[in-house]
Design a protein around this ligand. Structure first.
Ligand SMILES: [Zn+2]
Length: 245
C-alpha cells in the first residue's frame, strides 16, 4: 500500500516536472495535467471534498487545486443574513434614561443585521473531470455578474468513498498525519470490534490503556459477577436455644 502511494506521488511529481514549463495557458499558468495520476488524484479530491471539513483537508485541497486545477470562471453564492433580535432589524437601540428616552446605534449588530447577507465569489476550478469551488472574495453588496447566483450553501452529498479518499490524501500530503491520527484514535472502544474498519482503532485503544482498556475491564467485571454466584449464601446464624439438636 505504502509503496503504491509513493509510486503515485513520484509519478505525479514526474508528470509535473515534464508538463509544467510552458506557462501562460490556463489562468494559473499550468499546463493541463492529464493521465492516470490526474484521474486518481482528482477522483480522490472529489470524494474527499464531500467528507472533509477541516483545516488539514483545506490545506491539501488548496495546494492541489493551485497546482493542477484550471480556473474556468466564477460562481456567486448568496448567503442570507440574519436580522438582529434586540433592535428588530432597525439598527437603532432604544434606551430609557432618567431624563427620558434616548437612541443609539444598536451595539449587537451592524445596521440591523446580526449576520449580514453576503455574496461569496467563488472560483470555479476544474481538475480532471471534476469541478471544485474555491473562495475568492466576499462581498456585502450584490456583485454585478451575469452568472446565475447559487442560493445558500453548496450541497455535498456524502459519498461512500469519502473517508477512504480523505485518508489517502492525508497519507500522501500531510506530514505528521499518522501522529495526528494516533493522538485521536483509541479514546473509546468501538463496540463493533469484529468489523475490520475498527480493528486498528481498537488496537490503539489497547496499546494506550493496557489493563484499563475496555475489553480487559469488561472481562474483569464479568469474572467478578460469575465469581459472586459461587460465593456462599449469607451464613445463617443460630440462636443457641433454637438449635434443633
Ligand atoms: Zn441590532
Amino acid at each position: 500500500m505504502r509503496r503504491l502511494l509513493l509510486n503515485l506521488k513520484n509519478d505525479i511529481q514526474m508528470n509535473n516536472l515534464i508538463q509544467m514549463p510552458e506557462a501562460g495557458q490556463a489562468g494559473n499558468g499550468a499546463k493541463p495535467f492529464v493521465g492516470f495520476s490526474c484521474r486518481v488524484l482528482s477522483w480522490l479530491l472529489h470524494h474527499a471534498n464531500r467528507e472533509g471539513r477541516n483545516e488539514y483537508f483545506y490545506k491539501i485541497k488548496n495546494r492541489l487545486l493551485s497546482k493542477f486545477g484550471n480556473f474556468i470562471g466564477y460562481d456567486v453564492q448568496f448567503i442570507e443574513g440574519k436580522k438582529c433580535h434586540s433592535c428588530n432589524g432597525s439598527g437603532v437601540y432604544h434606551g430609557y434614561g432618567w431624563d427620558g428616552d434616548y437612541y443609539d446605534y444598536c451595539y449587537r449588530c451592524h445596521n440591523g443585521w446580526y449576520k449580514r447577507p453576503v455574496w461569496n465569489i467563488l472560483q470555479r476550478v476544474q481538475f480532471g473531470k471534476y469541478i471544485f469551488h474555491q473562495p475568492y472574495q466576499r462581498a456585502y453588496t450584490k456583485p454585478e455578474i451575469s452568472t446565475p447566483i447559487i442560493e445558500g450553501y453548496i450541497d455535498h452529498n456524502r459519498s461512500k468513498h469519502g473517508k477512504f479518499a480523505l485518508t489517502v490524501l492525508f497519507l500522501l500530503y500531510e506530514k505528521g498525519y499518522i501522529k495526528r491520527w494516533y493522538k485521536s484514535a483509541g479514546i473509546g472502544w468501538k463496540s463493533y470490534w469484529w468489523q475490520p474498519r475498527n480493528w486498528l482503532y481498537n488496537i490503539v485503544h489497547i496499546i494506550k490503556h493496557g489493563r484499563n482498556s475496555i475489553p480487559f475491564n469488561d472481562t474483569r467485571r464479568q469474572m467478578k459477577s460469575i465469581m459472586s454466584k459461587y460465593k456462599p449464601v449469607k451464613q445463617v446464624s443460630y440462636e443457641s436455644d433454637d438449635l434443633p439438636f
